[in-house]
Every structure is written in structure tokens, then in C-alpha cells.
Design a protein around this ligand. Structure first.
Ligand code: PFF
Length: 465
């Protein structure tokens, strides 16, 4: 058998995991979920979930991966028995579903980035003046409607997926590790630069106030939707619940301090989400957009293009902004495809490049309907994020906490040393509070998804089929 690949360096693993965690979840989703959820009040709930649920859960994925040195399907079978291959199968399915729509949305960012080379965002919007007047809608909304579906979206979905496949096909060291060593520092530098620039904007204060002053009443009134949204966002942003962290930890040859690595990864991810808010909200307010939470998937495109068209210096910052998101999305897409690819390599004995190309192509096809109508985005996103990831995390917690706990603390102690009662505390955190939150989140997520299927989706079917 060919020897399994490993990371070349310690930072390689951390950067790859950070690259996976930091993505559309931080930049595209985080601001509008936070805006809708009562600003800082939502942020607090979310941070609580990240620390109390995300941290124990990421450690669970790490120990599984490092112990077994296998892809998620093989790893679960080794620890839990053959029946667990079905759970592993769900992980692979989750990777398929998420990457399919993720690539379309990332394609939009790529398009908006490249559009910036054709002219300033103001001049691009001017091109939509006629259509906007006719429809009675803002130019930026017409532009988004134009670019987010149809041939444009299809072409950029294709392009983005092709690059993702290329990086994964090159392998762990030559592909993923090399790519993230450039991408992750670039994301951090660009965002810090943009946040400093945003600080100088007129009305930045109003943006910070909107972002950072908590409205607890919003959380209290809408907790049945906000709590699962905050928990779901915590899992999504940390790439938990489908085996990314299992897979990445499976390439760790040596015994390293997983507690420290987990803290670094979560710290980076949260820091970058927070930083994005410090860029996005001042920009919105400087452009006179005071209800940035509204508008769903297109919100950030519409508001940001409007803002970049109005603010001086907006052209350059717009380019940087869309470019940054594109890079962040790529480093996450790579991790999604890597899970699926590792499974095919390990379990089916297929070459890496064939596995990446084959699986990538199927995922690509699954994403195509999203370029036809955005209802498919809600269909896939709601299913993956509200149900599949939470279910996956629940299964992992059951496995590590209750079914095969014997190896877990021992594995965690490698590279750290004797954990004493902390090890037990970690296990009990997983066994009870994390499990309870997951069960509640899953139940609420299922209810919400059923509402979507019987409501908006059924209406869409009625109108279009
Ligand atoms: N964590 C990524 C983000 O925040 O955009 C998305 C993601 C990647 C989710 C990988 C799940 C995953 F397995």
C-alpha cells in the first residue's frame, strides 16, 4: 500500500484547518445572520456556542482523525463497528451537498471580483439603470439578479469548481498545504487592512453601534429560530459535523497538542468573523444602508456594491473585499472536496487525481440547479446546515462520548501530557451539554426545514412545475 500523506509542517495543519473554517460562513453569512438576530445579542449567543460546544466538538473530531489515520467513513467503522459506515456515508453526502451550493456562491464572489477590473462599481451599476427604473428596484439588486443565476453563474461555478479540483488533485503537501500557506495570511492581512480603512469612514460609529449594541429583546422573542441559527452557524463556521477536521487530523503524523491547535483554529475563525463585521457594518452605514440584515443570500452583494459605488476609494476596496471572500471560499471548498476525495482514495483505492476529478464533477453537477433558481440554494443550504451537519456532530458526540470513549482521553493526552480531571470534564461536556444542545438544535432545524418545504418550496413548485 502507498504510504499515507502527511502535512509537511505544524503550521500546515493549522493553516489548512483555519482555511477550512474561514469561508463564506464568516463573511457572507455571519453579518446577515447577526444583523437579523439582534446584533451583538446574537453574537454573544454565538460565541457561547463556539466556546462551549464548538471547542469540545472540534477536539472530538481531532482525536478520531489522528487515532485512526483514516477518512471519516473508515475512521467511524474502525471505532464504532461496521454499522457506522452509514453515518460516515452521511458525512460524505454532506460534503457533496455543501460544496455544490458553496461553489455557486463562491462563483458569485469571483464574478464580482473580476467585474471590478472592468470598471468602478458605480459605473457597473450605471449599466443597470434602465432595467432598474423599469422594475422599480435598485440597480444593485438588478445586477445581483442578473449575475446570480443563468449563464453567468454557471460559468463561474464551473471555474471555481475546476480550481478546487485542481488544488485537491495536487495532494496534501503540494496542493492544499501550499495553497493555504499563501491564502490564509492573505485573508488576515486584507481584512485587517480593510477594517482599518472602514474605521476612517464617516458614520463608522453608527455601524459599530448597530453591530455591537445588543438587542436582547430580539433574541428573547425569536429564540426558537435564533438558537438553532446560532448553533448551526457555529458548526458551519468551524467546519464541524462532516469530518473535515477528522480528515485533516488524519494527516498528522506526530503527536501534537490538539488542545492548543483547536484553540488557535477557533480563535482565528472567530476573530476573522468578528473582523468582517468591523468592515461590513461601517461600510453599510457610510453608504446610508441602515437595515443591512435584510435580504438573504443577496444582501451582502447588493449592499456592498451599492456601498462601494458611493464611498470614495470604494473601487479598490470593493476589489479587495470580493477577492478576499473568493480566496476564503476556495480554502474552504478545498477542505470539503478533500473529505470526499480521501474517502474514495482510502476505501476504494482510487488515485488521488481521479478521485478528486470524479467526485468534484458529480458535486459540480449537483450545484447546477442553484445557478438556475436560488430556491435551490435554500433547499440545499437548509438541509445541509440545519440538519445534516447537526446530525453528523450528534453522531460524533455519541461515538466519542458514549460508545467508544476509552481511546479519546488517551489520544488527547498524547502531545499534551496528563490531563487529570480535565480529560473527564471534556468527556462529560460532550456527553451531556453538547449532546443536549445538538438534539434541540436538530429538532428545531428539522421543523424549520419542514416549514420551508411545505411553505416557500411548495409554492415555488406550484408556480414553476
Ligand atoms: N467553515 C466554512 C465556512 O465558514 O464558510 C464552511 C464549511 C467548510 C462548512 C467545510 C463545513 C465544512 F465541512
Amino acid at each position: 500500500m502507498k504510504q499515507r500523506e502527511t502535512w509537511a509542517t505544524r503550521t500546515g495543519f493549522i493553516l489548512a484547518a483555519v482555511g477550512s473554517a474561514v469561508g463564506l460562513g464568516n463573511i457572507w453569512r455571519f453579518p446577515f445572520v447577526t444583523g437579523e438576530g439582534g446584533g451583538a445579542a446574537f453574537l454573544l449567543v454565538y460565541l457561547l456556542f463556539v466556546a462551549l460546544i464548538g471547542f469540545p466538538a472540534i477536539l472530538a473530531e481531532f482525536v478520531i482523525g489522528r487515532k485512526t489515520e483514516l477518512n471519516p467513513v473508515g475512521a467511524l467503522m474502525e471505532l464504532g463497528g461496521t454499522g457506522w459506515k452509514y453515518v460516515g456515508g452521511i458525512f460524505i453526502l454532506t460534503g457533496f451537498v455543501i460544496l455544490s451550493f458553496y461553489s455557486v456562491v463562491a462563483g458569485w464572489f469571483t464574478r464580482y471580483f473580476l467585474e471590478g477590473f472592468r470598471g468602478s462599481y458605480g459605473s457597473l451599476l450605471a449599466g443597470y439603470e434602465g432595467a432598474a427604473a423599469e422594475a422599480g428596484e435598485p440597480e444593485a439588486a438588478i445586477m445581483f439578479a442578473d449575475l446570480s443565476t443563468g449563464l453567468d453563474a454557471f460559468v463561474f461555478h464551473t471555474l471555481f469548481m475546476a480550481v478546487t479540483i485542481g488544488v485537491v488533485a495536487l495532494g496534501i503537501r503540494r496542493g492544499i498545504e501550499l495553497a493555504v500557506k499563501v491564502m490564509v495570511p492573505a485573508i488576515v492581512l486584507l481584512l485587517v487592512g480593510m477594517a482599518v480603512w472602514a474605521f476612517t469612514l464617516p458614520d463608522a460609529g453608527a455601524g459599530y453601534a448597530y453591530y455591537l449594541s445588543p438587542e436582547f429583546s430580539v433574541v428573547a422573542e425569536n429564540w426558537t429560530t435564533l438558537l438553532p441559527a446560532a448553533a448551526g452557524q457555529a458548526f458551519f463556521t468551524l467546519s464541524l459535523g462532516m469530518g473535515v477536521m477528522i480528515t485533516y487530523a488524519s494527516y498528522l503524523g506526530e503527536d501534537r497538542n490538539l488542545g492548543r491547535d483547536g484553540t488557535a483554529i477557533i480563535g482565528f475563525d472567530t476573530g476573522i468573523a468578528f473582523l468582517t463585521g468591523l468592515v461590513v457594518f461601517p461600510v453599510f452605514f457610510a453608504a446610508g444602508i441602515t437595515e443591512p440584515g435584510e435580504g438573504g443570500a443577496g444582501a451582502i452583494f447588493i449592499s456592498m456594491t451599492e456601498a462601494f459605488a458611493t464611498i470614495s476609494g470604494g473601487h479598490l476596496i470593493g476589489l479587495l473585499f470580493f477577492g478576499t471572500v473568493m480566496i476564503a471560499a476556495l480554502s474552504s471548498a478545498i477542505s470539503l472536496l478533500e473529505v470526499v476525495t480521501a474517502y474514495v482514495i482510502d476505501e476504494k483505492g482510487i488515485d488521488r487525481w481521479k478521485a478528486a476529478l470524479g467526485m468534484g464533477s458529480v458535486i459540480y453537477v449537483l450545484g447546477v440547479p442553484v445557478t438556475y433558481d436560488l430556491i435551490f440554494l435554500d433547499l440545499l443550504d437548509g438541509f445541509a446546515d440545519g440538519i445534516l451537519l447537526v446530525f453528523g456532530a450528534l453522531m460524533l458526540v455519541l461515538l466519542v462520548g458514549w460508545i467508544a470513549p476509552a481511546f479519546a482521553v488517551q489520544e488527547l493526552e498524547k502531545g499534551i501530557g496528563d490531563l487529570g480531571s480535565l480529560g473527564e470534564a471534556w468527556l462529560w461536556a460532550i456527553r451531556v451539554p453538547v449532546l443536549v444542545v445538538l438534539v434541540i438544535t436538530l429538532s428545531l432545524g428539522v421543523l424549520e426545514y419542514v416549514d420551508f418545504l411545505t411553505g416557500p418550496f411548495a409554492d415555488w413548485i406550484g408556480e414553476n412545475v
